[in-house]
Ligand binder design. Sequence first.
Ligand code: ATP
Length: 445
Amino acid sequence: MTNGGDLMDKLVSLCKRRGFIFQSSEIYGGTGSVWDYGPLGVELKNNIKAAWWRSMVHERDDIEGLDAAILMHPRVWEASGHVAGFTDPLVECRTCKHRFRADQIGQASCPRKPSVPPGGAEPCDLGEPRMFNLMFKTFMGPVESEAAVVYLRPETAQGIFVNFQNVLQTSRQRVPFGIAQIGKAFRNEITPGNFIFRTREFEQMEMQFFVEPGTDEEWFEYWRHQRMEWVKSLGLRPEKLRWHEHEPDELAHYAKAAYDIQYEFPFGWQEFEGIHNRTDFDLSRHQEYSGKRLEYVDPVDRDKRYIPYVIETSIGADRLTLAVLADAYREEEVEGETRVVLSLSPKLSPIKVAVLPLVKKDGMPELAERIHRSFREVAIPSFYDDSGSIGKRYRRQDEAGTPFAVTVDGQSVTDGTVTVRDRDTLGQERVAVDRIVDYIRERIR
Ligand code: ATP
């Protein structure tokens, strides 16, 4: 049995060892608050984003895609309430200079004496909480003056709201409809941590669904259901998923109702997706601040005009990647040895199939290379490996989460069949070489 901390350490080390995730600027000592995705990590995260885009945009008639810029007009953040209210209470210890979020101090510990909470040891000297705005500021243009201040967006949602009329007019959608976007967001978090769970630069996958006021509660329930089903379709274990309903004192200033989907991470139950009823708050505020009409006119009954209500689904691509990795990580005893396996859903695996000649002679490498190329030709990510014992090669692929290994042996050269090894069951099946591409393709959808 491994405890949560051990599991996180193992996951971080596997991610580095196998090229999933590296600490940013590692050769300069790294930073704890931003991370880089390596060759396998970028594939995994891209597959997660593609699955989201597919279910939100490609499989539906009522949602359009968007890719808005990170830098926006500074008035956007006044209208959204972020300049005034996107703050966390910060407390600093004057002795050790460490900073804590005042609302999370119960879960933190004193860095000098970890057995006590911050403020609990003799020399601790906590200051008063002060509000700290989480938005990153920079300057647009060459003059570093107050008038040139712009922000790195702390959420992608506002890019959707300010484009509401543009998308409505160009896509010929009618309410109810949605706009979906995947993009980077930045928050100057006071206490980033837990690997890619809370970082200062991250990616969000957000969808804003515009509905007629009065139908919002129904749509809220609809989206709650949809989102949980989608999360389960990625293979996350249902017993590791639960809902958390926001109490009135937890609700954001714009929200009428909010539920989080939580996952039981190695460090406890935490949110990775939020479903929010944002009412007409955002569009009303942008109408007020921009002076542009953002109401919707019903195309049939033109006297019917209203500012749509918005149901938002907001999920962090990185946090979800962490949930997927933690969920997939297993250590198993096989023939007296421990094998580490990432039991990823085949549709998310970075490499779909490994092609392995049993030995480097007797025509096996040539046949294996031919099979490898036939996967590549139909865009199935395949990995050719002929170095080391076959057991070692299987274990390397287990750690990378590759669901299938095709082994070319002596029999292959004579009868045109190969063995396919299943990562999870370890079962082996003989399949004809001319069927192998279809065989794998059917199993990675
Ligand atoms: P938290 O309470 O954890 O700070 P939040 O309630 O502020 O999160 P939202 O503003 O609802 O989060 O953002 C939606 C999603 O974006 C979150 O569920 C999470 O997956 C992701 N997210 C938010 N902040 C971060 C961060 N600092 N690092 C990584 N992902 C984040």
